[in-house]
Design a binder for this molecule. Structure first.
Ligand code: SF4
Ligand code: ZN
Length: 930
């Protein structure tokens, strides 16, 4: 900057500072607004340039003013945002250090504690603290040393605004990471926060604790009581997070205390109250004085069932804590139906798992009640009378010793069977006799019913289902792609047009990628915006529009369907999923489900390839994904999960997730919104944990390549949904789904001839024939072709072409006039088609009408016509080989060179391109024939 410019700039800054110093609140507000408008987003050098290298002079004034006035809140938002400009322009930390030196962190923390200040200002202060924390470990330490954890935690506990809560939670999470000196302080702060009263804050704290707990690696005993107390929450999200955190803590030293607490809550003492108090909040103690113990009883039973289902070791520990007696007691609690129901479901798990429990429960309940219980544990409480309830409450079942004996007997039996198996390698009779010796109960345990797939592969828990939906839909709302058919589905008010538009998109999307479909879809809808318009089009036009999209029968079926809707349904698209399935050609179960849910809001699942993959992973379904059992299971799961309010969005979200996150080859589990519901992910995590030896001591006996029982289907030996092969550790979540071995495509050869004619004054024309109205490429136009039988020798090809011309044009040709052009390979989904291409020019033809329709098209018309990609490839080959011919002729190579070239054939491209090897073969064969 020249010195005169410098002078001007300095005097402007001096004026600015003078105005600030002299100005009242109104003047300063205006100056701050101007400052923000001009400088937001600027870097440190840019600010220095703007303020003639003395920007700090303004920062100092700003800091001083905020310290003096923050308690009154005057223009606090502007001041904080202006500070944000300085702190964000932080490449050298220069402004930050200046701000911190004058006690900036304390000022921000004090703002958080002011009850009278606006939530928005607190959010902004939290935001500035986050910028400071993001600057590195020593900055995090400074915040913690200033009692920042307590201040932020209090702010989170008291705030009623989601934005403030979320920002405070994010700050606590970042303070726990990369801050070894104070991470325990943050952890304890979070534990104390568990007793806050706002459900949203409770949920956030639980979520952060689930993230922070693996960093801390140990669990403090102070977590047990407040965590268990959260189970009584009526908010399913809170209860879900609490159960998941409890499940994660099962690996740590607090496990016995948590299990004891859960069992004890099944039989609550009326005066049970939590003893802790946090944050000196009188509201908290008021709340805890009136604990809804019955909710707690139900939630404890539910948690016990979930933990026991996930881990057999935990089941055993619970049994030794007299869980059966306590569950029976809770089942008799007629004051609270949900407690009865949850206890009944948990008890059912133990009864079905352990024959020894079954015996005692049968005795404890009496056989009539027991039969009803085994018939429908879920609804037993609805039919229970007072006497039965009373007898359950006063049950004396104590099977901890019997269970212990039974487990050791089972373990002896297992090792005996194992030894028997080894011996059987030499003497099969030993194995047979050892198997016969197994008790009836042991056999029952190892042979679960084959007809009922294990509940492990399904969703049962309403709270998990509701969370699955909300996690997925939230992700979808934030990440969905804007696609023309989605916009139509959302904005088109006419249900008939909307259904038609979604139908077209779904048919186009079958077998074709979204990116390819968009252009075709837009052109289609522009031309045929309604079902009536499509019905009025010709098949020719439809094929022409479809050309290049592949699987041509789809376009034909759309056209047929449109004509049916107009002629038979009075122009009205079906209004239900069943109607779509029944009345539209080419609409299967998936397409009907997709159209029904997206366009008509019908509550139905939709299982396509992407959804199969996601569901197989989420529920660890590893059997052949095309088998009827798996298909039925997947539809059942999809119908259970689909959101009742937003079925179309839910189904699209599942498909979008499969296409973008849970992809076949590189699933992005770390970005997956339903990770916490995914069995495949959990299996992989457990495996990794074992590999990193964290579970080594506990699971030493399971250390092989299989996943331990913690997360396995209990009926895996006979289950027809489980992996039929061994878990492959290299594949991770990609162990699912297991696909059937694909049949190799059928190889076919088709003889094709490009027939040219030249009439006086006309362009060159090419003969086309129409394919039959059924089968592959039905009704499409193609070059005259015939499918070759396997045993036809190459020497007969030209003769066959002459015969074909005789039939089509009634012209006799000499085989010498037929020229070999090359070969084109085109792969359909199930056919590997090789077109063997010849050409011939005719000077004589008959236009008489024949059974097979024919037409002549000029080159330009042929390019426009509705012909398949195969025909286009053949014409491309022909055009390129004609050019080569002309060039070759111009070059006039020596005969030796030509023969050398023939001797060194190139291999053909997979899709198109002349196959030189075959050409050589053909020429030698035809020469020999001639
Ligand atoms: Fe797929 Fe991974 Fe998500 Fe499971 S966690 S659904 S495997 S992306
Ligand atoms: Zn299974």
């Amino acid at each position: 900057m020249s010195s005169s410019k410098e002078q001007t700039s300095i005097s402007q800054v001096m004026c600015f500072l003078h105005e600030w110093d002299q100005g009242n609140k109104t003047v300063r507000s205006r100056m701050l607004s101007d400052f923000l408008a001009k400088n937001t987003g600027k870097t440190c050098p840019e600010l220095e340039f703007e303020f003639a290298e003395v920007a700090s002079l303004f920062l100092t004034r700003l800091t001083a003013w905020i310290r003096l006035t923050y308690m009154f809140g005057s223009c606090l938002d502007l001041q904080l945002r202006a500070l944000g400009v300085f702190l964000s322009a932080n490449s050298s930390h220069q402004y930050m250090i200046e701000f911190l030196e004058v006690g900036g962190v304390l000022t921000l923390l004090e703002i958080l504690g002011q009850d009278k200040l606006k939530e928005e200002d607190k959010t902004e202060a939290l935001h500035l603290l986050q910028i400071i924390a993001n600057s590195g470990q020593k900055y995090k330490e400074l915040i913690c040393e200033s009692y920042g954890v307590k201040a932020v935690a209090e702010c989170l506990a008291k705030s009623e605004m989601e934005m403030t809560q979320g920002t405070a939670a994010a700050l606590l999470e970042s303070l726990a990471h990369g801050n070894p000196k104070y991470q325990n302080q943050v952890y304890k702060g979070l534990v104390a926060l568990l007793a806050c009263t706002l459900p949203r804050a409770q949920q956030l704290v639980l979520q952060i604790l689930r993230i922070v707990q693996p960093v801390i690696k140990t669990a403090h005993h102070s977590i047990v009581e407040p965590l268990l107390n959260l189970l009584r929450s009526q908010h399913l999200e809170v209860q879900y997070e609490a159960i998941e955190l409890i499940a994660e803590l099962m690996q740590l030293e607090v496990r016995p205390a948590l299990l004891r607490g859960l069992v004890a809550f099944l039989k609550p003492a009326k005066e049970r109250n939590p003893k802790h108090k946090i944050l000196d909040d009188t509201e908290v103690s008021k709340m805890t004085d009136s604990l809804p113990v019955l909710l707690m009883q139900a939630a404890s039973a539910k948690t016990i069932r979930i933990l026991a289902q996930r881990n057999e070791e935990i089941s055993k520990e619970l049994l030794s804590l007299r869980v059966i007696h306590h569950l029976l007691y809770a089942m008799g609690n007629q004051e609270h139906a949900d407690a009865q129901r949850q206890a009944s479901l948990a008890l059912e798990h133990f009864v079905r798992m352990y024959p020894v429990v079954e015996e005692h429960v049968r005795r404890g309940m009496g056989s009539t009640l027991f039969e009803s219980f085994m018939h429908n544990a879920d609804e037993l409480h609805l039919s229970m009378d007072d006497i039965q309830a009373d007898s359950l409450r006063s049950n004396k079942v104590n099977i901890s010793c019997a269970v212990k004996d039974w487990f050791s007997a089972m373990s002896r039996l297992r090792s005996a069977v194992q030894k028997g198996k080894t011996a059987a390698l030499e003497n099969p009779e030993v194995l047979e006799s050892s198997i016969k010796k197994k008790s009836k109960h042991a056999v029952k345990e190892e042979e679960p019913s084959e007809t009922e797939p294990s509940s492990y592969h399904f969703f049962h828990d309403p709270s998990e289902i509701s969370l699955f939906r909300s996690h997925l839909l939230l992700w979808y709302d934030q990440n969905k792609r804007e696609l023309p058919w989605r916009t139509m589905a959302l904005t088109e008010p006419d249900v008939n047009i909307r259904t038609y538009a979604v139908w077209v998109s779904e048919i186009m999307l079958q077998q074709t990628q979204v990116a390819t479909v968009i252009g075709y879809y837009n052109r289609w809808m522009k031309r045929w915006a309604t079902v009536e318009k499509l019905a009025a089009a010709t098949l020719e036009e439809v094929n022409q529009m479809w050309a290049g999209l592949g699987y041509y029968s789809r376009g034909r079926r759309l056209h047929e369907g449109a004509q049916k809707v107009v002629s038979e349904l009075n122009g009205q698209m079906p209004k239900t999923t069943a109607g779509l399935l029944k009345q539209l050609p080419g609409v299967g179960r998936y397409t009907a489900g997709a159209i029904g849910s997206i366009a008509l809001g019908q509550v139905t699942g939709a299982v396509d390839g992407n959804v199969i993959r996601v569901l197989c992973r989420v529920r660890a379904i590893g059997a052949d994904s095309s088998s009827p059992t798996v298909t039925d299971a997947l539809w059942k799961i999809a119908d259970t999960l689909v959101d009742r309010e937003r079925p179309g969005d839910f189904n699209q979200a599942m498909m979008e997730l499969g296409a973008r996150v849970c992809t076949p080859k590189s699933p992005l589990c770390n970005q997956c919104p339903i990770q916490s519901h995914c069995h495949a992910f959990r299996k992989v995590s457990i495996k990794q944990e074992i590999d990193s030896k964290r579970l080594l001591s506990k699971l030493a006996s399971n250390l092989n390549n299989s996943v331990p029982d913690i997360e396995n289907c209990l009926a895996s030996d006979s289950c027809n949904l489980c992996l039929s092969e061994d878990w492959d550790p290299q594949l991770g979540v990609q162990n699912y789904p297991r696909k059937p071995v694909k049949k190799a495509p059928r190889a076919e050869q088709t003889l094709t001839c490009i027939v040219e004619r030249k009439r006086d004054g006309e362009e060159m024309e090419y003969l086309l024939t129409q394919r039959p109205s059924k089968g592959l490429l039905a009704g499409m136009w193609e070059l005259p072709s015939m499918l070759l039988e396997a045993d036809v020798s190459e020497s007969k090809y030209k003769g066959l072409i002459c015969d074909m011309m005789q039939k089509l044009l009634e012209t006799s040709l000499d085989t010498h006039s037929v020229q070999f052009v090359g070969e084109v390979v085109h792969i359909f989904s199930h056919i590997h088609q090789t077109y063997i291409v010849f050409s011939v020019r005719v000077s004589d033809w008959s236009d008489r009408k024949r059974e097979q329709k024919t037409c002549w098209l000029s080159k330009s018309a042929l390019h426009e016509a509705a012909v398949s990609t195969g025909v286009k490839k053949i014409m491309k080959l022909y055009e390129s080989s004609s050019k080569v011919d002309i060039k070759e002729k111009k070059r006039k190579p020596s005969p030796e060179k030509r023969s050398n070239k023939i001797k060194k054939p190139k291999s053909a491209a997979t899709n198109g391109g002349p196959k030189q090897l075959s050409l050589t073969k053909f020429l030698s064969t035809s020469k020999a024939t001639a």
